[in-house]
Design a protein around this ligand. Structure first.
Ligand code: SF4
Length: 258
């Protein structure tokens, strides 16, 4: 008699998902993760007694820091110059280089990620590590060269140990991205990953949000998974490719079939 397969029990599934999540965060170079205490409470577990599991507290924007001189941002170089001198949040203290972003000055598509990692911090350029190489392949698969699009991040300085930027850090840095978007006027912004989507659109839950159109300051935004996630979960490439195909259709570009 053929044995009846046992359905996966919910606890094993939860553990498996957690293992995937921790492996993904580790691959991203993070040594700590955020824990939602409400979820723990719903699971019937007491909340941790100490804050040792929490992401290290970040410096909030320095209230005594001079306000940004946004009026001077008449071109991308002026924005980059302000970023290079910026001390609006605590990330300035540990950066090697600022990473303002790079690409075409009149792009059809702008890609926005979370924050620089180690390679980007060392070179002062966005998306130059393993995830960056995959992003370049994704751009080329869409029929563009990397130089034809613009690539930037929500935060322009690397968070220590590649941790997720704090909301205060994203808030402090967002004026630079807003200025870049206003100058670039892309037809479409592709938001790479949950943190970028949260920082730009204020939306959480990338799995649900991706694949649907949103707007930021009048520009259509397509959230999708971060290339780092694809390195961990190659199976999700189909979903990302579907999102990028939607972008190509949206801007009346040919949609390559693979
Ligand atoms: S992350 Fe942004 S706001 Fe913070 S110091 Fe760097 S450029 Fe300034």
């Amino acid at each position: 008699m053929t044995p009846v397969p046992t359905p996966p029990d919910p606890f094993s599934k939860l553990v498996s998902d957690l293992e995937d999540y921790v492996a993904f965060e580790t691959e991203e170079g993070r040594s700590s993760v955020e824990i939602d205490l409400t979820v723990i409470a719903e699971l019937g577990q007491p909340p941790p007694l100490s804050a040792s599991a929490a992401v290290p507290a970040s410096d909030v924007p320095d209230k005594e820091t001079a306000p940004m001189e946004t009026a001077a941002w008449t071109d991308l170089d002026a924005v980059a110059a302000s970023i290079a001198d910026c001390t609006q949040c605590g990330l300035h203290a540990t950066r090697t280089n600022t990473v303002p972003g790079e690409g075409h000055s009149q792009p059809e598509i702008m890609f926005v990620g979370e924050a620089p990692g180690a390679d980007e911090d060392a070179q002062g350029r966005p998306f130059v590590g393993r995830a960056g190489k995959l992003l370049t392949k994704m751009i080329e698969a869409m029929g563009f060269q990397r130089e034809e699009v613009f690539i930037a991040n929500i935060c322009k300085c690397r968070p220590p140990e590649n941790r997720k930027p704090e909301p205060a850090e994203m808030e402090a840095c967002i004026p630079y991205l807003k200025a870049q978007i206003a100058l670039l006027k892309p037809k479409v912004i592709v938001c790479l990953g949950g943190t970028a989507t949260e920082g730009l659109l204020g939306l959480t839950g990338i799995t649900k949000v991706r694949g649907n159109w949103h707007t930021f300051e009048g520009i259509d935004v397509m959230p999708t998974f971060h290339p780092s996630y694809l390195l961990r979960k190659p199976g999700a490439k189909h979903e990302v490719w579907a999102d990028l195909q939607a972008v190509l259709k949206h801007i009346d570009r040919p949609v390559p079939e693979y």
